[in-house]
Design a protein around this ligand. Structure first.
Ligand SMILES: Nc1ncnc2c1ncn2[C@@H]1O[C@H](COP(=O)(O)OP(=O)(O)O)[C@@H](O)[C@H]1O
Ligand SMILES: [Mg+2]
Length: 317
């Protein structure tokens, strides 16, 4: 492997009948990094992941995983990837541990090696106690963690996580983030899809935003946020007279004001200097504020400015 890229997708197209689901998707994932494909429901995330993991054919383009073309050498691709979201692989009646051992044996590990690997994964995924119980008793979060553990039985260097935390409660989501971060620390190459801006922001090295089967933006979370704008300072006044006086005193610095909320918004370039300047003006005019806050652009702002619509799931937990 001489190339830095573990995953390369070029000009990927896929239609279902007349419905063009992927309209020329390009993306690259460097070895040992995490890329998040961020997009709303129906954007084409699962379709892309299924194609990359050899489960689905496509109409045009190329997909290369660790140097193997998915169309030409699907077996070689399968040998280097782990895919979650295939709950079908888990037997509800068996315990978590039995499932892992069985899966290990399917991957031709000896019973002994499969058992060792199963216990290692149960430990790693906080499932040691749960591992003794039948899978049908598992909570949603435990079930997701087992799915992920099953996909890692053969220690693949590349992991696909298709919406690993959708529908989980905040605590289970954070437990999953923790596990994903540990996989990253282990040097795995990870491709994650998500509808949650916060998740892409927290976890990924790079983000590709897709909508309607096309990449509409890419970069680090920081780069994407820098695209939509500067930090904003929001000042809230105690009463309407103060709000009016403050608005007047700050004059051209005000880019937005809200009479009902008694707030004015200023754009800031240099945080210390601009905040000090605004406060100095108000102090000089004897106008008091009740609170102030600095807002940095969020990925939600990015999404809104790129697509003209807010991501329905939002960025907040
Ligand atoms: N098997 C299928 N047959 C027909 N249309 C499909 C099929 N699978 C997905 N689609 C359509 O493809 C589009 C993208 O779906 P998908 O890749 O599942 O999006 P996402 O995972 O981002 O929510 C949707 O419009 C969906 O209805
Ligand atoms: Mg999906």
């Amino acid at each position: 492997m001489t190339s830095e890229a573990a995953i390369t997708v070029k000009g990927l197209r896929k239609s279902y009948g007349k419905n063009q689901v992927l309209r020329g998707v390009d993306l690259t994932v460097k070895r040992g990094t995490m890329l998040a494909i961020l997009g709303p429901n129906g954007a084409g995330k699962t379709t892309t992941v299924r194609i990359m993991s050899t489960l689905l054919g496509f109409d045009a383009g190329t997909v290369t995983i660790e140097g193997h073309d998915v169309a030409l050498s699907p077996d070689k691709v399968r040998a280097v990837i782990g895919l979650t979201g295939q709950s079908a692989a888990v037997d509800e009646i068996l315990t978590g541990r039995e499932n892992l051992i069985m899966m290990g044996q399917l991957y031709r590990l000896t019973k002994r090696s499969a058992t060792l690997r199963a216990d290692e994964l149960l430990e790693q995924f906080d499932l040691v106690d749960a591992g003794k119980r039948s899978v049908k008793t598992y909570s949603g979060g435990m079930r997701r963690r087992l799915d992920l553990a099953v996909s890692l039985i053969a220690t693949p260097p590349i992991i696909f996580l298709d919406e690993p935390t959708t529908g989980l409660d905040p605590r289970s989501r954070i437990a999953m983030w923790d596990i994903i971060n540990r996989l990253k620390a282990d040097g795995k190459t990870i491709l994650l899809t998500t509808q949650y801006l916060e998740e892409a922001d927290q976890l990924a090295d790079n983000i590709v935003v897709i909508d309607g089967g096309k990449v509409i933006a890419e970069g680090t979370a920081k780069q994407l946020k820098a695209k939509v704008g500067k930090d904003r300072l929001e000042l809230t006044f105690k009463k309407l007279t103060e709000f009016r006086a403050g608005e007047r005193a700050l004059g051209k610095l005000v880019v937005d004001s809200n009479k009902k909320e008694l707030t004015v918004t200023l754009i800031i370039n240099d945080t210390n200097k601009d905040v000090a300047q605004a406060l100095a003006i108000l102090t000089k005019e004897k106008v008091s504020i009740s609170s102030m806050a600095i807002h940095k652009p969020t990925l939600d702002d990015v999404f809104l400015s790129l697509t003209g619509k807010s991501n329905q799931k939002g960025g907040k937990l």
